[in-house]
Design a protein around this ligand. Structure first.
Ligand code: PRP
Length: 211
């Protein structure tokens, strides 16, 4: 009986690409391609079990060992700082964490800056490192609306193509950090399933370099 490797995949387009990479690496799973709404699929012959989870939840499954490995955005890893190993930059899902504001915005350093974001830890650390006083406003989505309605002065959010900012008359003030998808592993799984996990790292690294 093969050791089963439990893999948390981020639901969505990025996850589909990641699945294709895993399958190419030898961890095939025909049942996952059948059109249904199941969330867990396994192929004992290849020793793999896949779960589709919300992208921002992947790190939780991996940190707690419900999944041995998974793929999570660097944004989530920086924001929640899960206790996992980051094994590989997959160089996919590339975007950046940035500060944005309404076109023509000028920061008045005398005043507390109001920052709307989903990423309060990243935003807090960024402004702490600059010694800038801020008032953080935590939002769950549609962050771009905040400066338009005067709820905040700036936002800290993910920028990919820049279209969302452009269409809302906002522009990037500064880039905080580049973001991409990372292969992560549970710390004890990495010990006990080292052979299987190392195979994944090797195979995915080869595919990443080939791009
Ligand atoms: C992100 C981000 C922006 C958008 C940026 O949202 O919050 O709204 O993508 O992409 P763009 O630069 O290509 O326009 P996402 O769609 O990931 O979902 P969310 O609204 O849940 O954050």
């Amino acid at each position: 009986m093969k050791t089963m490797l439990n893999v948390a995949l981020p639901k969505g387009r990025l996850g589909e690409k990641v699945l294709a990479m895993f399958e190419k690496a030898g961890f095939e799973c025909p049942s996952i391609h059948e059109n249904n709404r199941k969330l867990i699929f396994e192929n004992p012959q290849c020793g793999v079990r896949y779960f589709w989870v919300k992208p921002s939840d992947v790190a939780i499954y991996v940190e707690r060992g419900a999944a041995d490995i998974g793929v999570a955005g660097k944004d989530i890893l920086l924001e929640y700082e899960p206790d996992v190993y980051e094994l590989l930059d997959l160089k996919m899902g590339n975007c950046r964490m940035a500060v944005a504001a309404q076109n023509g915005f000028r920061d008045d350093p005398q005043r507390t800056l109001r920052v709307a974001t989903k990423f309060t830890n990243i935003a807090g650390q960024h402004y702490l490192s600059k010694g800038r006083d801020i008032d953080i406003i935590h939002l769950n989505g549609s962050i771009e609306i905040a400066p338009i309605l005067g709820l905040s002065d700036v936002i800290v959010d993910i920028v990919e193509t820049g279209t969302t900012l452009k269409e809302n008359d906002l522009s990037v003030v500064e880039t905080i950090v580049p973001i991409s998808a990372r292969l992560i592993a549970n710390k004890s799984s990495y010990k006990f399933k080292s052979e299987e996990i190392e195979t994944v790292v090797r195979e995915l690294a080869a595919q990443t370099e080939a791009v």
